[in-house]
Design a protein around this ligand. Structure first.
Ligand code: DI6
Ligand code: FE
Length: 405
């Protein structure tokens, strides 16, 4: 924890992307007590005004710590075999309907102990941290029983204790229908509403609830029951919606005040309007689009027109996005979805934070928590332009430099 006794730290001559835009001039940035305490154009800065500060860095590009607002980081096994099947022409839906896909990761995850899951997930978390992540959301959804979903959420919480990173957890019981409930999807939804959500809340294991609203998963009516239960228990709401077809899941989630609707490739204008009215963030997941070789683009221009904030996240998962490199997501958001580099970076900072209900994060602003990255590049746009590991010079979490190269 940051303490008052920690010395004040000063970064000099940095180019700042503040979470929404690049500042025009080189800046000096002061951190004290775990927060950003001062931000001045370098040319106006008088260092005798903070005689007790130590210089922590000079030059480079400073961004907020990256916020990966949508991951499925905790799972056992892998699905390389399905990757090969898909390359031979079998679709993601066909694999799912044949009992593979998400359910194959469920089998492996149910069989794994908490320690197994920690061991499998830590390298993935470390990869995110090495690429600048300071806040990550982690979903359950490969347990699909009360006990196994809680196990996944406990693992996610433990990951946040093992590493200097903020972990937000999301209960995704409604990810797929577990085999033992075949033909009884409504009963499984009852289990989620009546047992899983209350147990997750009792154990303080979940910050939000998520659903997969899709033909191969759950109907809008079933998702609505989960949202009702989430509301009753005071949990935030998120949705995987309009990923493979348009069922109106995003508009439904927006009506429940959802923090975000995620994927949204098949989102229509009515859905965009509903999200704009509710302040629901659109979370774009270009990794899944890329891996599934999707062709239906999310309605980026409509989202812009309606002023819906667009976040960008990794969706790190064993099926559709086995990729733990957030800066690659910025690149894919630009190359595949035609976001500008500025939009992509805002999507991984300020808007990602908003998609988690934490608007004070993802900003370089006086008073904000000092989660920051210092990159060895000249311009913020380079983060989206080049795909290259090792550019992170320092990662600062809560005012402490945790990674230094
Ligand atoms: N959509 C996705 O892309 C991931 N979950 C979801 O609802 C895929 C998860 C998986 O295939 O394991
Ligand atoms: Fe996902």
């Amino acid at each position: 924890m940051p303490s008052e006794s920690m010395p004040k730290q000063l970064w000099r001559q940095v180019r700042v992307f503040d979470g929404l835009k690049q500042l025009d001039e080189e800046m000096a940035v002061l951190v004290a007590g775990g927060r950003i305490a001062g931000l001045w154009p370098e040319k106006d800065f008088d260092d005798s005004s903070v005689p007790d500060a130590v210089e922590a860095g000079r030059g480079g590009v400073m961004t907020p710590g990256l916020v990966d607002c949508h991951t499925h980081l905790v799972y056992a096994g892998n699905r390389a075999g399905e990757f090969e099947q898909r390359l031979e022409g079998v679709s993601y839906e066909e694999i799912a309907r044949a009992g593979g896909g998400i359910i194959s990761s469920v089998r492996a995850t149910r069989a794994a102990s908490e320690d197994d899951l920690i061991a499998a997930s830590l390298p993935r978390l470390d990869a995110l941290l090495a690429d600048g992540v300071t806040t990550v959301e982690i979903k359950s959804g490969y347990g699909l029983s009360v006990e196994s979903e809680l196990k996944m959420l406990r693992v996610a919480r433990r990951l946040g204790e093992l590493r200097p990173v903020r972990v937000l957890t999301t209960l995704l019981g409604a990810h797929a229908l577990p085999p033992e409930y075949a033909g009884r999807a409504d009963d499984y939804i009852s289990l989620i509403c009546e047992e899983m959500i209350p147990a997750a809340v009792a154990g303080n294991l979940a910050d939000a609830v998520d659903v997969f609203c899709e033909g191969i998963a759950f109907s809008p009516a079933q998702c609505q029951r989960v949202f009702e239960a989430a509301k009753t228990y005071g949990l935030a709401i998120k949705a995987h919606a309009e990923q493979l077809s348009n069922l109106g899941g995003s508009a439904l989630a927006a009506r429940y005040g959802a923090l975000s609707a995620d994927h949204v490739e098949y989102l229509d204008e009515a859905g965009v309007r509903a999200m704009a009215e509710a302040g629901t963030v659109a979370v774009l997941l270009p990794g899944a689009f890329h891996v599934l070789r999707e062709t239906q683009l999310p309605p980026i221009e409509l989202l812009r027109q309606y002023g819906v904030p667009m976040a960008v996240a990794s969706d790190a998962n064993p099926g559709t996005s086995p990729i733990c490199m957030p800066t690659l997501m910025a690149n894919l958001a630009c190359t595949l979805f035609r976001l500008t580099p500025r939009e992509a970076l805002a999507g991984m900072t300020a808007h990602g934070a908003r998609a988690l209900g934490l608007p004070e994060l993802g900003r370089i602003a006086v008073g904000a928590p000092a989660d920051m990255c210092l990159w060895d590049i000249q311009q913020p746009a380079e983060l989206a332009y080049a795909v290259q590991a090792g550019r992170l010079r320092q990662r600062v979490f809560n005012g402490e430099v945790t990674h230094a190269c």
